[in-house]
Ligand binder design. Sequence first.
Ligand code: 5RP
Length: 231
Amino acid sequence: MADAAELKTAAARAAADEIRDGMRVGIGTGSTAEAFVRVLAERVSGGLSIVGVATSERTEALCRACSVPTVPLDECPELDVTVDGADEIGPGLALIKGGGGALLREKIVASASKRMIVIADGTKVVEMLGAFPLPIEVNGFGVFATYLQIRKVAASLGLSGDITVRKAGEGPFITDGGHLILDASFRRIPDPEALSRALLDVPGVVQHGLFIGLASEAIVAGSGGLSRIKP
Ligand code: 5RP
């Protein structure tokens, strides 16, 4: 039976098969996206010509190490496709992302793309979002006030659970944009659209990890092979 790394690479290869010469490609963050970078690197060294846009400093560094060409999004603000992983893939291809802390740039890059292909192993597909704690990127100013407001809007939607500041070593995790992440363990998110709107109404919230209406397709690798899910 294939292990998790092999499944991620299988999904990454299938996504790389969609990349044609001359395409402008958003490149996600996380272990599955890293498998995609490695496959892309093989193809670039074989002559494939693309322009990549990385969704994090971490992905940018890997692309550089693998000789996958990248430019900043502002040099290439409209992309053909973004390939990225996800923490959960729910009904209608609503996603939870941000386990790697890159959700803001991931969302900006995905929304600048004509298509977003999600790559994952089968463990990421769920019937309802929320078992994975929802990452919420917040401004460092007034983080406790923001936390209290998030609790309030969540309660108004019947959601509760621990909300914790993500740590990195001794201190808080700091995103590429210089913000903090709150991880909200709501356990079940029956109405992702309503939660998305409510969170974005909180001034200290920079962005959250619910990706709704962005994914065009998910390529999911399981022990039985690859499956493709459309919204
Ligand atoms: C990073 C992300 C990742 O795509 C998500 O966390 C999945 O990561 P992995 O492929 O390592 O399971 O959203 O911010």
